[in-house]
Design a protein around this ligand. Structure first.
Ligand SMILES: *[C@@H]1O[C@H](CO)[C@@H](O)[C@H](O)[C@H]1NC(C)=O
Ligand SMILES: *[C@@H]1O[C@H](CO)[C@@H](O)[C@H](O)[C@H]1NC(C)=O
Length: 440
């Protein structure tokens, strides 16, 4: 009972703290109460693209079968329980023409049962359905777009179908149309009364940076947004995205928080372009960036090793940390080692030691003091991939990690419990005294 009371106290403190932090943040979230942690799920685009040839390739074409089968996998293979909840359609799902009433309709051959039936199927399995639209005359793949005069109608259509998330792309529209249309869609979605997570590609079409992109406005309009280029199935693509996000972290990092996230694009783990080390790196780096975890891979044939990376519980717990603070790159060594840090709730942090080297495993020696952690604290670190725990690490202690080429070592680091005290008591102390999110 005593420990229940203490745990209640700790929870109350955590809530007060989260509130204080939320109020201190410069941007206010879009007020639909959604995406309080980065959305997790599956998105068709990177792996399945605009393959509409169901005669030649029935198993992989964009059709209801693909989404029914992926929904089964999400529900049956342990994904849903871990938080992978959204199953999202991307481009090329619709017919080439609207119907006589001007409504978007799915391609009748590839989606014969319609989107509503797909939504019902997905909901019956405890999942949520996402769909794709494009603010412009056409989608990027050449299907009917949502011009300004169609915004309300399309929002209504998606809501009637039971859609839970909308990715609104920005091909074939001007900057002025986007500045008008993206906020209009936010209002139109709200007016439907259905909670719909709103993902905007708007900043990606405007270079992703101020003065063209105003992140305060964006956080009021969208739950997540694509800042930069589409990911491709290659390590070069992962690196180019990481480079851009790191180079611009002073602008991007403060824009993220509960309800409003930067989106460096899908996870390509399980596909063809990444080695096992590189797959572990994408997962760790996306997690430390508080990125949405939207897998784009074939869950019917995914390898056990890729699945293990994507289903790492501690990794997901870190990604979904309730404070929702995006991490930053804090060290860039001449040796091509980089260190990333994400502050977490309860005084914990995630550390990613990342090697851009191409020779051999590298022994990197540093200390928490060098990484600007507060003095006189004793930490415990858990290796997120091996599960190994290192106890009694003092701020000034020198330590080494061995990082494989294009790989990571990732730590979950927290102030250590003293042997005589219960965990709850120490957690409270961590909250009230030494809790300092380190924003460098
Ligand atoms: C619409 O916006 C209001 C706040 O402006 C919010 O309270 C409400 O939950 C929103 N509704 C939906 C369905 O997003
Ligand atoms: C962004 O928009 C907000 C709200 O309109 C405004 O107060 C702020 O000055 C703008 N920021 C920049 C950098 O232009």
């Amino acid at each position: 009972m005593g420990s229940a009371v203490l745990s209640g106290l700790a929870l109350a403190l955590a809530l007060v703290l989260a509130l204080a932090l939320a109020l201190a943040l410069p941007s206010v979230a879009l007020e639909n109460g959604l995406a309080l942690t980065p959305p997790m799920g599956w998105l068709a685009w990177e792996r399945f693209r605009c393959n509409v040839d169901c005669r030649a390739d029935p198993r992989n074409c964009i059709s209801e079968t693909l989404f029914f089968e992926m929904a089964d996998r999400l529900a049956e293979d342990g994904w849903r329980e871990l938080g992978y909840q959204y199953i999202n359609i991307d481009d090329c799902w619709s017919a080439k023409q609207r119907d006589v009433a001007g409504r978007l309709i799915p391609d009748p051959e590839r989606f014969p049962r319609g989107i509503k039936a797909l939504a019902d199927y997905v909901h019956a399995r405890g999942l949520k359905l996402g769909i794709y639209g494009d603010l412009g005359t056409l989608t990027c793949g050449g299907y009917p777009g949502t011009t300004l005069d169609r915004v309300e109608q399309d929002a209504q259509t998606f809501a009637e179908w039971g859609v839970d998330m909308l990715k609104l792309d920005g091909c074939y529209s001007s900057g002025e149309e986007q500045a008008q249309g993206y906020p209009e869609m936010a209002r139109a979605l709200n007016a439907t009364g259905r909670p719909i997570v709103y993902s905007c590609s708007w900043p990606a079409y405007q270079g992703g940076l101020p003065p063209k992109v105003n992140y305060t406005i964006l956080a009021n309009v969208c739950n997540l947004w694509r800042n930069y280029d589409d990911i491709q199935d290659s390590w070069d693509s992962v690196l180019s995205i990481l480079d851009w996000f790191s180079a611009n972290q002073d602008v991007l990092q403060p824009a993220a928080g509960p309800g409003h996230w930067n989106d460096p694009d899908m996870l390509i783990i399980g596909n063809f372009g990444l080695s096992n080390e590189q797959s572990r790196s994408q997962m760790a780096l996306w997690t430390v960036m508080a990125a949405p975890l939207l897998m784009s891979t074939d869950l019917r044939t995914i390898s056990p090793s890729a699945k293990e990376i994507l289903q790492n519980r501690l990794m997901i717990q870190i990604n979904q940390d309730p404070l929702g603070i995006q991490g930053r790159r804090i060290v860039k060594e001449k040796s091509h080692i980089e260190v990333f840090l994400r502050p977490l709730s309860q005084g914990a942090s995630a550390l990613v030691f990342f090697s851009r080297r191409t020779d051999m495993p590298f022994v990197y020696t540093t200390s928490l003091a060098k990484l600007h952690f507060p003095q006189d604290t004793v930490y415990e670190a858990q290796d997120v991939y091996s599960g190994k725990i290192m106890s009694g690490l003092k701020t000034g202690d020198s330590f080494s990690v061995v990082i494989n080429p294009s790989g990571v070592v990732m730590w979950y680091l927290y102030p250590m419990a003293l042997p005589a005290q219960s965990w709850h008591v120490v957690r409270q102390q961590a909250l009230s005294k030494s809790f300092r999110p380190v924003l460098l």
